[in-house]
Design a protein around this ligand. Structure first.
Ligand code: NDP
Length: 799
């Protein structure tokens, strides 16, 4: 029987190989050896390492290991190119991006084959997913270049961007980074991952061919140390990183206090939830895409399967059956489902984690399917059942073709299990009940939620994580925003440190307060969980007036007070799901009640700072106005509906960050706190607020206004004391999701470094002259954007 007749007989797939030759020819045209692409030229290769084909271990090319000096040259080139590039009109920049998109399309097969050779992913994926999305990103961002100033008035590019990408989607991650950066007017230095540099080098050639001005895109190849040199280089204004959470944290720490822009797209352990009313066959096909797409080496892989108990047995039987039909093989074969993992170390890492999973009691299913003969980094698809949330394989990102499964009984339990992770990148849910699906999606702590679908991506739809999956978005409007800053931010100057009258050492803590003519003592307590609270320390600190005399005492807050405040704030997180209208009403009411006591608050300001009656009255009036302004914003700063080119909509929902810590500025005792508290509350966050250290009495008075304005207990918690040490406690506390810190450059560096435990988002003033009284700057979306994160919920339509 001939081969075709045999195939008809067995209905097996025949081999459908794609030729590697054009890609090998391209590599040969460079002599199989590459330098960097800097300032529009190829450098001579330096010390090199081999880039191998993981499907057969053959060396594809030698790639240069970038040194600190190479990074220096690239920074110089990018800096020199910035002025000209950023001065081009949006239309001119857009035309270059458009030309890149066209060139990627024209050479799409070459890119796809080279990507598959270098990375091991099936050609079906590089050809049909990666490369078309790359082109789509450049087209989409060509439009952003032209409309930047209309959509982002007052914003300017950072300057030189350092971009570091991983090996799982080499060209796609490159496009997610380079397209928005160039559209915004930045110049870039990109470092591909050491395993997969080749398509980035082909991309450099494309840039050359379309005549992109020299120095606008620089590709420096290398290992982790090359990336580290970029992160530490003072000439780089922004770092964009995709990779492991561990390296993401190291980068957060290294950039602390530098004022560099930072966006991090990190790991995940994304839940894939199947409800009993799901279309099970579709959910199985979705699952194949969720966990075996790119051999499971996907940051948003649906690697934690959660199945409703009533259908668990049936669903797992179908799944095992489907797994036994998956085809693992030569990535260049068009009929292969699972290709090679990127490198042998990754294979070993996955095997070790699976061993651990089994040792901890997990039951492993690995179908008896053939692996390609002759080696290569291949693994069969795997499923581990009988696991619990504490197991390593359930909590750790495996980054391989391994699915873990657990069951749940009720939708609430599904949400609880889904959110029981330090990550928050993506989530998938399957249900034919639209009410259930749309109830669950907003409750999942993830930057992307797919309903009845999975692993969908588009340039117009933001992608990025919550929690330890990082911050910042790629794609869409939010993705553009992370490559720009306000023009006025670039002009901020260091401010002279506020003159603080310290009681310690000079005043006797037992001195009677100056207002002591009043026979009834008025003690400013802290405010936690809607109740006045005494400090845990049992100490009070004297608050001095402008003449250095004591005008009152406040509690000396400590770690325990912050812990209590965080607990109260977490209990009050329902504030975030209160209707925006209700939050607006409460902020208006707060403004009304503050206005009612305007004179009293103005007097308090005068006693604390010596401000004139007019200035004090102005500050209170400004605080009232600010509360009004953000009451107005509460139901207006909202999301969008995107139309990706599939039969789906993506609802971009603006969500609060959760519990925010705010350390208010020393000056503007009332307005300084209100200017930060109002946008955070308007967006649904709950707060732990440390008021002005030298002048806290305006805010300790505020709790009475909060109480009379229907602000629910625990939504605002006030802890007084030493701003820097309380700021540190807040930064280190994993129950706090974000920190706004007003203080010196050193203290800002310290809190940014201390924030890496749960990668909380930080906004710090770094000793610069932020003027929160400025309505132009701070009554708009500047702080609203920093008080929120966007979740994109993909909903398919059509029967
Ligand atoms: P890394 O996070 O180490 O690498 C990502 C990129 O950062 C690479 O270009 C890497 O260079 C570079 N890099 C490494 N160390 C530093 C540093 N200190 N400073 C600056 N840049 C640095 O991921 P790995 O490739 O090592 O993969 C390890 C694990 O990370 C995987 O098994 C997987 O679990 C996870 N991962 C997650 C990804 C995601 O998208 N969420 C993507 C990739 C990996 P080089 O390649 O030369 O080391």
């Amino acid at each position: 029987m001939n081969k075709i007749a045999q195939i008809f007989e067995t209905l097996e797939y025949g081999p459908a190989p794609e030729s590697p030759q054009p890609a090998l020819d391209w590599l040969a045209s460079h002599g199989g050896k590459f330098g960097h692409y800097i300032d529009g030229k190829w450098t001579a290769p330096g010390k090199t390492f081999a880039s191998e084909n993981p499907a057969n271990g053959k060396v594809l090319a030698q790639v240069t290991d970038g040194t600190a000096d190479d990074v220096e040259q690239a920074v110089k080139a990018a800096r020199a190119a910035f002025e000209g590039w950023s001065a081009l009109s949006g239309y001119e920049r857009g035309k270059y991006l458009y030309a890149i998109a066209r060139a990627v399309q024209k050479h799409s097969r070459l890119f796809a084959v080279l990507e598959t050779l270098d990375n091991g992913k099936p050609i079906r994926e590089s050809r049909d997913v990666d490369i078309p999305l790359v082109a789509r990103h450049f087209y989409h961002h060509a439009g952003w270049a032209q409309h930047r100033d209309r959509v982002f008035p007052g914003m300017v590019p950072y300057g030189v961007c350092g971009q570091i990408i991983p090996w799982n989607f080499p060209l796609l991650m490159l496009s997610w980074k380079i397209a928005p950066a160039l559209a915004a007017g930045n110049t870039v230095i990109l470092k591909p991952a050491e395993y997969t540099s080749l398509t980035a080098l082909l991309f450099a050639e494309i840039c050359d061919r379309i005549g992109l001005p020299k120095g606008v895109v620089n590709i420096v190849t290398g290992e982790g140390a090359t990336g580290e040199a970029m992160v530490g280089h003072p000439g780089i204004d922004k770092i964009a990183f995709t990779g492991s959470t561990e390296v993401g944290k190291a980068i957060r720490s290294a950039t602390a206090g530098t004022g560099k822009g930072l966006s991090l797209e990190l790991g995940g352990k994304s839940p894939y939830i199947v409800f009993e009313d799901a279309d099970l066959d579709s959910a199985i096909e979705g699952l194949v895409d969720a966990i075996w797409f790119n051999q499971g080496q996907v940051c948003c892989a649906g690697s934690r399967l959660l199945v409703q108990e009533s259908i668990e047995e049936r669903f797992l039987a179908k799944l095992r059956q489907r797994m036994s039909k998956l085809r693992v093989g030569d990535p260049l074969d068009k009929a292969v489902d699972i290709g090679a993992l990127v490198a042998q170390v990754q294979v070993e890492r996955v095997r070790d984690l699976v061993k651990k999973g089994v040792a901890e009691g997990g039951e492993l299913y690995e179908p008896d399917i053939d692996l390609p003969k002759g080696g290569g980094c291949f693994l069969r698809p795997m499923l581990i059942t009988d696991v619990s949330p504490a197991n390593t394989v359930v909590s750790e990102e495996i980054f391989g073709p391994v699915l873990v499964e657990m069951s749940f009984r009720t939708p609430d339990e599904a949400v609880e299990l889904a959110n029981n992770t330090r990550y928050g990148l993506a989530a998938t849910l399957w249900s034919e009940n639209v009410n259930l699906a749309l109830d669950i999606a907003p409750r999942l702590k993830a930057g992307v939620v797919w309903i009845n679908g999975t692993n969908q991506f588009d340039a117009a739809v933001g992608f990025g994580g919550y929690r330890e999956s990082g911050f910042g978005r790629e794609g869409g409007r939010e993705g553009m925003a992370v490559y720009m800053k306000q023009a006025w931010e670039k002009a901020l100057k260091p401010t002279a440190p506020a003159k603080v009258q310290k009681a310690t050492g000079t005043a006797n803590p037992l001195d009677r307060a100056a207002g002591a003519a009043d026979p009834i003592d008025r003690t400013a307590k802290m405010y936690v969980g809607g109740k006045q609270a005494r400090p845990d320390s049992g100490y009070s600190r004297q608050i001095l007036g402008p003449d250095g005399r004591s005008i009152g005492e406040v509690g000396e807050g400590n770690r325990k007070d912050i812990r209590n405040a965080v607990e109260a704030a977490r209990k009050a997180l329902g504030w975030g799901t209160t209707s925006a209208h209700a939050r607006a009403q409460i902020l208006f009411f707060l403004a009304e009640n503050l206005d009612y006591r305007r004179k009293e608050f103005a007097d308090r300001l005068r006693t604390q700072t010596g401000a004139t009656a007019v200035a004090a009255d102005r500050e209170v009036a400004a605080a009232v106005e600010r509360l009004f302004a953000f009451g107005g914003w509460a139901d207006k700063y909202d999301g969008a509906v995107h139309n990706p080119p599939t039969r789906a909509i993506a609802a971009a929902m603006v969500e609060p960050l959760g519990v925010m810590g705010i350390v208010a500025p020393a000056d503007l005792p009332l307005l300084g706190s209100v200017a930060l508290l109002a946008p955070a509350l308007a967006m649904g966050n709950t707060l732990v607020l440390v008021p002005s250290e030298p002048h806290p009495l305006s805010v300790t008075d505020l709790y009475q206004v909060l109480e009379t304005s229907d602000v629910p207990a625990g939504v605002v918690n006030i802890v007084t004391g030493d701003a820097v040490s309380l700021g540190k406690v807040i930064a280190e506390h994993d129950g706090i999701d974000a920190l706004w810190f007003c203080g010196s450059a050193e203290a800002s560096t310290m809190v940014e470094k201390a924030s890496i435990g749960n990668l909380k988002q930080t906004f710090t003033t770094r000793g610069l002259n932020y003027d929160f009284a400025d309505r132009e700057k701070f009554e708009g979306d500047y702080l609203l954007a920093r008080a929120t994160q966007v979740k994109n919920i993909w909903v398919p339509y059509g029967a």
